[in-house]
Design a protein around this ligand. Structure first.
Ligand code: NAG
Ligand code: NAG
Ligand code: NAG
Ligand code: NAG
Ligand code: NAG
Ligand code: NAG
Ligand code: NAG
Length: 492
C-alpha cells in the first residue's frame, strides 16, 4: 500500500522488474522522436459523470531535458464558481515509489472514484471542494513518470526527488500562471514525511533567490508520516494493545528485534535470524487477512463490494447517516484496472511514449537508495517551524505502519525541542456532530500574538490513507488546515 515499506515485500521483486525495464528503456529511446509530453485539458475521463463543472488537466512536465525526465501529474480545478480565488494544493503519496494519482487522486481525496462497472463516481468529499488539487507521480519510475536515462533509476534518492519536485512545480506554474499568486499548500502521506519537508525547504530557499516569483507557501501537512525510523515505525505496543499480537511476541519485539532494528537491517540488506523469527511471528499472528495499514479494513472478497458492504438490517439507517464507516477494500483493484485502460491513458495524456510494463500503485522500475529511510526528518521539521512555516501532522488511528502513538511522541518532542507552548490542549474535534478524533496544537508568540505552528490530530477510525476510509472527517481536517484554524468543536 502507500507505504514506506511493505513487510512482506522482498527486494528481489525489484530486480525482477528491473530486467523488463532495461529492455523497455531501449524502446523508449527509439520512441523519443515522438516527443509530446505536454499538459493538456482533459475533455472527459472515460465514465465520468456528465455534469462535471470543473476543469481537469493532466500530462507531463519535463524536469530534466538532458536526461529526458518527465513527471506525470493530474490536476483537478476547484469545484467552485470562485475557483481562482481558492488555494492550490500539491499532494504527494509516499513509498518511496507509490503513485499520487492511484492513491491520492483516485482512492483518497480526488473528485472521482472508480465504480463497480468501471464508471467514475463523484466523491462527495473531494478536496477540490476546498482547493485546486495537483497530484504528481513522483519521482521518476512511479506510475506514468519516467526517465530516458537508465542510470536515473538505480541510485535515486531524497535529494533527487526534492530537486525534481521543485523543478516540476516551477515549470508547472509557468504553464498555469493563474496560480502563481495563489496560496500554496503541500500535503502528503507516509514516506512523504520525507518528500514534503524536503520540498518545503527547497521552496523557502527558492523564494530567497532574486528575480523569481515567490511561491506563496502557507503551510504543510503530512498524514501518518515517516519522520524518524527509531520512533515512527515502532508498532509492537500498538499491535499488542489492539489484540493483533500475543504477549510473547511483544516481549520478543522488546528484547530481540523491534521494527526499527528490522528496518535498519533491511536497509543494510540482511535480516538477522533473530529479526526474521520475530517478524515471521508478527506476520503470522496479525495474519494475511488483516492489513497493517488499517486493522479494521475487511478483505476484498469476490462478491461485488457494493453488496458486500451495504449496511443491512436493523442498523442500515444509522449507517447511511454516517456516510461510510469503512473503506471499500475492492476499490484498489478497480483503480488498477481503470488506469491501465488504453482509453483512460489516452484521455489522461499519459503513457505517450509507450512505457514498458503496466501502471501500478507502487512496484515500479525505480531502485531507491534505501539508506534514505534512515534520515531523521525531525530536525528539518523544527527548522521549518523556526522559519515560520505552520505544520500539521495527523494520524489515521487504525494504522499500524506509522501508529498514532509514535507521531504523538514526535510532535511532543518537537514542541519541547523548540520551546513551543500548548495553545489548544489535547481534546476532541468534531466532524458532522461526531468526534472526528483528538487534537492538540502548539505555538509561540509572533509580534505579540500567539501563532499556531504545530498541530497534531488523530482521525478516528481512519487508515494509513486517511481520506480513503474517513472522507468526511478528512475534508473537515483539510478545511481547518487550509484556513489555519483550530479543528471544529461541537456546535452548541
Ligand atoms: C450531477 O448529476 C447527478 C445525477 O443526475 C446528480 O445526482 C448530482 O447532484 C449532479 N451534480 C452536480 C454537481 O450537479
Ligand atoms: C470569490 O472570492 C473572493 C476572495 O475570497 C471574494 O472576495 C469574492 O466575493 C468571491 N466571489 C464569489 C462570487 O463568491
Ligand atoms: C543523493 O545522491 C547524490 C549524488 O547523486 C548525493 O550528492 C546526495 O547527497 C544524496 N542524497 C541523499 C539524501 O542521500
Ligand atoms: C532581474 O531581472 C531584471 C529584469 O529582467 C534584470 O535587469 C536583472 O539583471 C535581473 N537580476 C538578476 C540578479 O538576475
Ligand atoms: C529498538 O531496538 C534497538 C536495537 O536493539 C534499540 O537500540 C532501541 O532502543 C529499541 N527501541 C525501543 C523503543 O525499544
Ligand atoms: C503503455 O501503452 C502500451 C500500449 O501502447 C502498453 O503496452 C503499456 O503497458 C503501457 N504502459 C503503462 C505503464 O501503462
Ligand atoms: C499565548 O498562549 C499562552 C498559552 O496558552 C497564554 O498563557 C498567553 O497568555 C497567550 N498570550 C497572548 C498574548 O495571547
Amino acid at each position: 500500500m502507500t507505504v514506506f515499506f511493505t513487510k512482506t515485500q522482498k527486494p528481489e521483486i525489484k530486480s525482477f522488474v528491473m530486467g523488463f525495464w532495461f529492455l523497455g528503456t531501449i524502446l523508449v529511446f527509439w520512441l523519443c522522436f515522438l516527443r509530446c509530453c505536454n499538459s493538456e485539458l482533459i475533455r472527459a475521463l472515460p465514465g465520468q459523470p456528465s455534469n462535471v463543472s470543473f476543469q481537469q488537466h493532466s500530462g507531463y512536465i519535463v524536469t530534466n531535458k538532458e536526461h529526458g525526465r518527465s513527471l506525470f501529474y493530474y490536476f483537478a480545478q476547484a469545484d467552485s464558481l470562485n475557483h481562482s480565488s481558492l488555494p492550490l494544493t500539491l499532494w504527494l503519496n509516499g513509498g518511496p515509489g507509490c503513485s499520487s494519482v492511484g492513491f491520492g487522486a483516485f482512492m483518497e481525496n480526488g473528485p472521482f472514484q472508480v465504480g463497480e462497472n468501471g464508471e467514475l463516481v463523484k466523491n462527495q468529499h473531494s478536496w477540490n471542494l476546498e482547493s485546486n488539487m495537483l497530484y504528481v507521480e513522483s519521482p521518476i519510475g512511479v506510475g506514468f513518470s519516467y526517465s530516458e536515462t537508465d542510470e536515473d533509476y538505480i541510485n535515486w534518492n531524497d535529494t533527487n526527488t526534492a530537486s525534481d519536485n521543485l523543478v516540476f512545480l516551477t515549470k508547472w506554474l509557468e504553464e498555469f500562471p493563474m496560480y502563481k499568486d495563489s496560496q500554496f499548500f503541500l500535503i502528503g502521506e507516509s514516506y512523504a514525511g520525507h518528500y514534503i519537508p524536503q520540498l518545503a525547504e527547497l521552496i523557502l530557499e527558492y523564494n530567497k533567490s532574486p528575480n523569481v516569483t515567490q511561491i506563496n507557501l502557507k503551510a504543510i501537512a503530512i498524514g501518518n508520516p515517516l519522520l524518524d525510523i527509531d520512533i515512527s515505525v515502532l508498532a509492537g505496543e500498538y499491535l499488542w494493545s489492539h489484540g493483533a499480537i500475543s504477549d510473547k511476541t511483544l516481549m520478543l519485539e522488546k528484547t530481540v528485534c523491534n521494527d526499527s532494528k528490522y528496518l535498519r537491517e533491511y536497509v543494510h540488506s540482511g535480516w538477522s535470524q533473530g529479526c526474521n523469527d520475530v517478524f515471521n511471528r508478527v506476520a503470522n499472528e496479525v495474519s494475511l487477512d488483516v492489513a497493517y495499514d488499517d486493522l479494521l479494513l475487511p478483505k476484498c472478497l469476490s462478491t461485488p463490494s457494493s453488496q458486500q458492504f451495504k449496511p443491512r438490517g436493523l442498523h442500515a439507517k444509522a449507517h447511511s447517516s454516517i456516510d461510510r464507516i469503512i473503506g471499500d477494500p475492492c476499490l484498489q483493484s478497480r483503480i488498477f484496472t481503470y488506469l491501465n485502460r488504453r482509453d483512460v491513458q489516452k484521455a489522461l495524456y499519459a503513457n505517450t511514449t509507450d512505457l514498458p510494463g503496466h501502471w501500478d500503485f507502487c512496484l515500479g522500475p525505480l531502485v531507491y537508495q534505501e539508506e534514505n529511510l534512515e534520515i531523521n526528518i525531525i530536525p528539518l521539521i523544527s527548522d521549518l517551524i523556526n522559519a515560520g512555516l505552520p505544520i500539521w501532522l495527523y494520524s489515521g488511528d487504525q494504522d499500524s505502519k506509522i501508529p498514532l502513538t509514535q507521531t504523538r511522541i514526535i510532535v511532543n518532542n518537537i514542541a519541547k525541542g523548540i520551546k513551543l507552548t500548548t495553545l489548544t490542549k489535547y481534546r476532541t474535534w468534531y466532524s458532522k456532530n461526531q468526534v472526528g478524533g483528538w487534537s492538540q496544537s502548539f505555538g509561540g508568540l509572533k509580534d505579540g500574538k500567539n501563532v499556531t505552528y504545530l498541530t497534531y490530530a488523530t482521525v478516528r477510525g481512519a487508515a494509513h490513507e486517511v481520506p480513503f476510509t474517513s472522507p468526511s472527517q478528512a475534508l473537515t481536517l483539510f478545511h481547518s488546515f487550509l484556513n489555519g484554524s483550530p479543528l471544529p468543536r461541537p456546535k452548541s
